[in-house]
Design a protein around this ligand. Structure first.
Ligand code: EPZ
Length: 452
C-alpha cells in the first residue's frame, strides 16, 4: 500500500510534454470505488476474507488504516488483501482518518449491523459538492436504528433490546451510490427482508452485492433500481476478485483519442463503458472490443463536438466528465456539458482555459467552443478527475504543462505515470523546487488536502 501524503514543503508536481503519439497496451487496475466499499464490507464477516485485484492507492491505504483502528487485522501481498474482522473491538471510527476519506462513512452500515452500534464522523463536504448523508441516515432509521448527530459525530445504535436491525422498505429520493451501498451492507445481517427502491445501479454496487453473496448473504436485484436483501445471521469466509476500474479505462480511452493514438487496454468489462464508448463514437472515435475483456481505440483526426449530461448509471458517469471535457476542448464545434450529479464539479474549466481552451460556465453547464490546439501551462488539480483531465490535456498540448495538486491524482490512479511512460508519453514527477529551478514556473496557491 502506498504511504500517505504528508504536508510537504516541496510537494511533487507533474511535468507533461505534449505532442507525442501513444502506442501499445495498458493494464487496467482494480476499481477504486469497488475496493473501498468491499474492504469496508469485510467488517460484516467474522471469518477470513481475501480480496484480489486491490489497487495500490492512497484511499485504499486510508480505509485500511480505519479498519485497523477498529481492531481488524490486515495483511497485504501485492494486490491481494487478507482481512480478518473477527475481533473488531470498537464501533467508533477516528475523526482524523475518516475526515480524509468520505467513503469511510459507509462503514456505519456494517458496524451497526454487526455490533448494534456505530459512531462515525459526519463527512464534511469536499471540492465537488456538499455531499450530505441524509439518505444513509434515513434508511438506517427505517431499519430500526436510533441516529443522533452531535459534535460532528453520527451516533447510531439499534433501538430497544433487539440488538439486530430490522428489514424495511426504503425508497431513495435519489439513486445515491453510497446510500445504496451503506443500506445494502446493513440489511445483509438484519432480521427479515429489506427492499431498496430507486437504488443506484452502478457496477460497483453489483460488485459489492456479489462480494457479500460470496460470503453467504442473500442479495437479489443489484444492478436494477430495486434491490431485495434477505438478512442472514452471519457470513463466512471468501476469496473474491474486484472488478476492473471503468473510470481508469475511460481515462485511457480518452488518452488515445486526444493524442490521435491507437492503444489497447485490459482487463475491462466493456458493458461498464457503454455510455463512454457511445460518446466517443459521437465525437468520431471508434472503440473496438477484442476478446471479452480488451478495448482498442481507433483514433480520428476529425474530432467533432457533442453534448454530454452526467447522470446516475447507466447514464454518462460524472467521474468521466472532466476527462471528456478535455477532449471536447479540441473537438470542432460547440459542445454543452451539463454536470447534474455534483453541484461543484466544473473547477477544471479555468485550468483548461489557462491552456488555451475556450470554455464558459453558467451554473452547472459548460459551453465549450472547440479550439485547434492547446498549449502547455502551469495548472492546478482541484479534485481527482480534474487532475486526470489536466494530464490528458497536457499530453495533447504543445510544449510543457506543469500540474500541481498531485495528492488528488494519487488517491484514485495506480501508477499513472508509469502506465503513460509505458505507452510512450513524455512526463515526469519532480519536486516543485526542481520545476521552479528548471524554468520560470511559479507555483499557484493550491486547494486544501480534503478528498472526495
Ligand atoms: C460515489 O460517491 C463515488 N465514490 C464517486 O466517485 C462518484 O462520483 C459518485 O458515487 C457518483 O457516481 C465512491 O464510490 C467512493 P452519491 P457517493 O451518494 O456515493 C447526493 C470519484 O471520482 N446525495 O451517489 O458519495 C450527493 O450530494 C468519486 O471516484 C444526497 O443528496 O455519491 C450527490 O450530489 C467522486 N444525499 C449525489 O447524491 C445523500 O444522502 C450523488 O452522490 C447522499 C447523496
Amino acid at each position: 500500500m502506498p504511504t500517505l501524503p504528508s504536508p510537504d514543503a516541496d510537494p511533487a508536481v507533474l511535468q507533461v510534454w505534449g505532442g507525442s503519439s501513444l502506442q501499445g497496451h495498458v493494464k487496467i487496475s482494480g476499481a477504486k470505488n469497488s475496493a473501498l466499499v468491499l474492504i469496508t464490507a469485510a467488517l460484516l464477516c467474522s471469518e477470513d476474507c481475501r480480496l484480489r485485484n486491490v489497487p495500490s492507492l492512497v484511499d485504499v491505504t486510508r480505509i485500511g488504516q480505519i479498519l485497523v483502528s477498529l481492531g481488524v487485522k490486515l495483511k497485504q501481498q501485492d494486490d491481494i488483501l487478507n482481512i480478518n474482522a473477527s475481533t473488531i473491538s470498537k464501533s467508533k471510527a477516528p475523526y482524523e482518518l475518516v475526515s480524509q476519506l468520505r467513503a469511510s462513512f459507509f462503514a456505519i452500515g456494517p458496524l451497526l449491523a454487526r455490533l448494534g452500534s456505530a459512531c462515525v464522523p459526519l463527512p464534511g463536504g469536499c471540492t465537488i459538492g456538499a455531499r450530505p448523508v441524509a439518505l444513509h441516515v434515513r434508511g438506517l432509521q427505517l431499519m430500526g436504528a436510533d441516529v443522533q448527530i452531535e459534535h460532528g459525530m453520527v451516533n447510531a445504535h439499534v433501538r430497544g433490546n433487539r440488538g439486530r436491525l430490522q428489514g424495511a422498505k426504503i425508497y431513495l429520493d435519489y439513486p445515491s451510490v453510497g446510500a445504496t451501498e451503506t443500506l445494502m451492507m446493513a440489511a445483509t445481517l438484519a432480521q427479515g427482508e429489506t427492499i431498496i427502491e430507486n437504488a443506484a445501479q452502478e457496477p460497483e454496487v453489483v460488485d459489492l452485492a456479489n462480494f457479500c453473496n460470496s460470503m453467504g448473504a442473500k442479495i437479489r436485484g443489484a444492478g436494477t433500481n430495486t434491490i431485495v436483501i434477505s438478512g442472514v445471521s452471519r457470513l463466512h469466509s471468501t476469496d473474491y476478485s474486484i472488478i476492473p476500474d471503468r473510470v481508469e479505462a475511460a481515462t485511457f480511452l480518452v488518452a488515445g483519442a486526444i493524442t490521435y493514438s491507437e492503444i489497447s487496454m485490459s482487463p475491462v468489462v466493456p458493458e461498464h463503458l457503454t455510455a463512454a464508448i457511445a460518446k466517443l463514437q459521437d465525437i468520431g472515435v471508434q472503440v473496438v472490443t477484442e476478446g471479452s475483456d480488451c478495448l482498442r481505440v481507433i483514433p480520428s483526426h476529425n474530432l467533432v463536438a457533442t453534448d454530454i449530461e452526467t447522470l446516475p448509471y447507466p447514464g454518462f458517469p460524472t467521474d468521466m466528465q472532466a476527462q471528456f471535457m478535455a477532449l471536447l476542448a479540441l473537438s470542432e464545434g460547440n459542445s454543452l456539458v451539463s454536470e447534474t450529479v455534483f453541484e461543484n464539479r466544473l473547477r477544471h474549466v479555468p485550468e483548461l482555459n489557462r491552456m488555451g481552451a475556450d470554455i464558459r460556465v453558467k451554473n452547472n453547464h459548460a459551453i465549450i467552443r472547440g479550439v485547434p490546439l492547446l498549449t502547455g501551462a502551469p495548472v492546478v488539480a482541484t479534485d481527482l478527475r480534474a487532475s486526470a483531465a489536466l494530464v490528458l490535456a497536457g499530453l495533447a498540448a504543445q510544449g510543457k504543462t506543469t500540474i500541481q495538486g498531485l495528492h488528488h491524482l494519487d488517491r484514485g490512479y495506480e501508477n499513472l505515470e508509469a502506465k503513460f511512460l509505458g505507452l510512450g508519453a513524455k512526463l515526469e514527477r519532480v519536486p516543485q523546487s526542481v520545476a521552479i529551478a528548471n524554468d520560470a514556473f511559479s507555483p499557484i496557491n493550491s486547494d486544501a488536502l480534503i478528498s472526495s
